[in-house]
Design a protein around this ligand. Structure first.
Ligand SMILES: Nc1ncnc2c1ncn2[C@@H]1O[C@H](COP(=O)(O)OP(=O)(O)O)[C@@H](O)[C@H]1O
Ligand SMILES: [Mg+2]
Length: 252
């Protein structure tokens, strides 16, 4: 199963992705791959791990070596590329983490996105479960990163803008006929009173909700102290609420 967190920037994609990894690893979820597909990567911090390199960096190395003709004639480009990708895979006891990163300099992310798509088709079948933290906005939909995902979770907060982004993501998925099994909305950092309004408004836009995660003071405290979210206790509000959502989604 592939699960992707998307939505407007700042709504809580990275937090929910990290806490999902935490819930899964504490239960022993089988072979788990975690992908930070946001060029402004901060999932490793949330998880408290420090991968040495990113997909963007190994791709730069590959490009440089080709351009400077550092590689022996007739060598197997594809095999070398796969080897480089494996070096970007950060292995922990509980899961493997791949950070997409970005291209060097001014270039756009197209090239890294292209690599990511190729890598995904190679890597994904090796895992039981894949968790992706996507870039904010619509890019991952238009670039096909989302194709093949079983459950897209769009995160919204109490803002109208976040609901509008959610609606546009759903529309784009439909328009591009992306191969996505299910698309659901999660409201994050909202009170129950706020959630009732958000859900009503969102449903009017045709959005389908899985639940809400309440504002969590313990989580804010960890963030302020620069601590990883893996230190959040199981009975905290955010983890309790997320567990409910994940079981409703059939992930736990
Ligand atoms: N349920 C919550 N309660 C309190 N703070 C939260 C909650 N969810 C997210 N935050 C805070 O909101 C900020 C943005 O979250 P983040 O996951 O980085 O957003 P995104 O990845 O969507 O840009 C973070 O500083 C995080 O600590
Ligand atoms: Mg993020």
């Amino acid at each position: 199963m592939i699960l992707a967190f998307t939505g407007k920037g700042g709504t809580g994609k990275t937090v929910l992705a990290a806490l999902t990894v935490l819930e899964l690893t504490e239960r022993g979820a089988g072979d788990l791959l975690v992908i930070d597909a946001d060029p402004d990567a901060n999932l490793p911090d949330a998880l408290g791990v420090e991968p040495e390199t990113t997909l963007g960096e190994v791709r730069e190395r590959f490009k440089r070596e080709i351009e400077e003709e550092q590689l022996p004639p007739g060598f197997d480009k594809q095999a070398y590329m796969e080897y480089l990708v494996m070096t970007a895979l950060h292995e922990t006891e509980d899961y493997d983490l791949l950070v997409m990163g970005r291209s060097e300099g001014r270039g756009c992310y197209c090239a890294v996105n292209h690599w990511l798509r190729r890598v995904m088709s190679e890597l994904l079948p090796r895992y039981d479960l894949v968790i992706m933290d996507c870039e904010a906005g619509l890019e991952h939909v238009s670039r096909g990163i989302i194709d093949g995902v079983d459950l897209v979770l769009i995160v919204v907060d109490h803002s109208r803008k976040a609901l509008n982004t959610a609606r546009r993501i759903v529309e784009l998925i439909d328009e591009l006929e992306s191969e996505v099994e299910d698309v659901r909305v999660v409201a994050n950092r909202v009170t129950d009173r706020e959630y009732r309004v958000i859900r009503r408004e969102g449903e009017r836009m045709g959005l389908s909700f899985l639940g809400r995660v309440r504002p969590d003071e313990e989580l804010v405290e960890l963030e302020l102290r620069g601590r990883p979210l893996t230190e959040l206790p199981p009975e905290s509000k955010a983890r309790t609420d997320l567990r409910e959502i994940l079981s409703r989604a059939g992930v736990l």
